[in-house]
Write a protein that binds this ligand. Structure first.
Ligand code: SF4
Length: 256
């Protein structure tokens, strides 16, 4: 049986997909987005967080059976409210074998995967085929800028996006609006052009920048080092999506 490391399970969430949901945050992420709001989700192993109210360990090991039984106990209340379970992180696909096993043990629950798309294609297919809906994050279309701001090449992400469009699973593209980085006309137009013909696309969600993004870093004894000027106002030109025929909205967010 597979085990996985979880850093939070939030019940009764209303911004992490349709209806009322339970959101499971899997620990570990191969990206290093300089704006990440969940730095405790980056490392795959448990860590100590220390704040004025005391110390706590973030990250707990669960077997797939333990996690699925917690979620199955909530199934009727979640389903009755048009909701289900959202798997977020960190990057959930970094624990693909565990996640697939958890999903296989779920009863009649709507399953949503919130992913950066950065994973081997085999892991991506293995998990996504078990999902009802995917939230797929797109940050930067320019490869060099993507490496600079997230630490990784976007080629595997764009490849998995094409795979997703071939899988007959509905999906939402989510773009975090980072001032002067992802919110430029050039980047947003490239995203609109890159997604407008993809089969299964429901819409693009633009996620407002959270100016408290750096708050948790000191509790982990890490430094928040944004690769951009936080004081710069976010600029959004929705016309680029309308021109490309893509439905867009400014949305609430899974806090990452
Ligand atoms: S923002 Fe998401 S993809 Fe980026 S480092 Fe944080 S958890 Fe990973």
């Amino acid at each position: 049986m597979q085990s996985g490391t979880i850093f939070d399970i939030r019940e009764f969430t209303v911004h992490d997909g349709p209806g009322i949901r339970t959101t499971v945050f899997l620990k570990g992420c191969p990206l290093r987005c300089s704006w990440c709001q969940n730095p405790e989700g980056m490392s795959p192993i448990p860590e100590i967080m220390e704040n004025p109210s005391g110390k706590r360990i973030v990250g707990k090991l669960y077997t797939s059976e333990q996690l699925s039984s917690i979620l199955n106990r909530q199934a009727s209340i979640l389903s009755d409210n048009g909701g289900g379970v959202t798997f977020s992180g960190g990057e959930p696909l970094a624990q693909a074998a565990f996640l697939a096993e958890v999903m296989d043990s779920l009863g009649n629950l709507h399953v949503l995967l919130d992913t950066s798309g950065y994973a081997p294609e085999s892991d991506f297919r293995r998990v996504v085929q078990r999902c009802d809906l995917v939230y797929f994050d797109l940050k930067l279309m320019d490869r060099k800028a993507h490496i600079r701001h997230t630490g990784v090449d976007n080629s595997p992400i764009l490849r998995n996006l094409s795979v997703l469009a071939s899988m007959d699973i509905p999906f939402v593209i989510r773009v975090p609006l980072i001032p002067g980085v992802t919110d430029t006309d050039e980047n947003l137009a490239a995203i609109a052009k890159g997604v407008n013909r993809l089969s299964g696309l429901i819409r693009v969600d633009l996620l407002p920048y959270n100016r408290a993004a750096g708050g948790k870093y000191s509790a982990l004894r890490k430094q928040f080092c944004p690769t951009y000027d936080e004081r710069r106002p976010v600029h959004v030109d929705l016309d680029v999506f309308e021109t490309a025929g893509v439905k867009v909205r400014v949305a609430g967010t899974v806090q990452k």
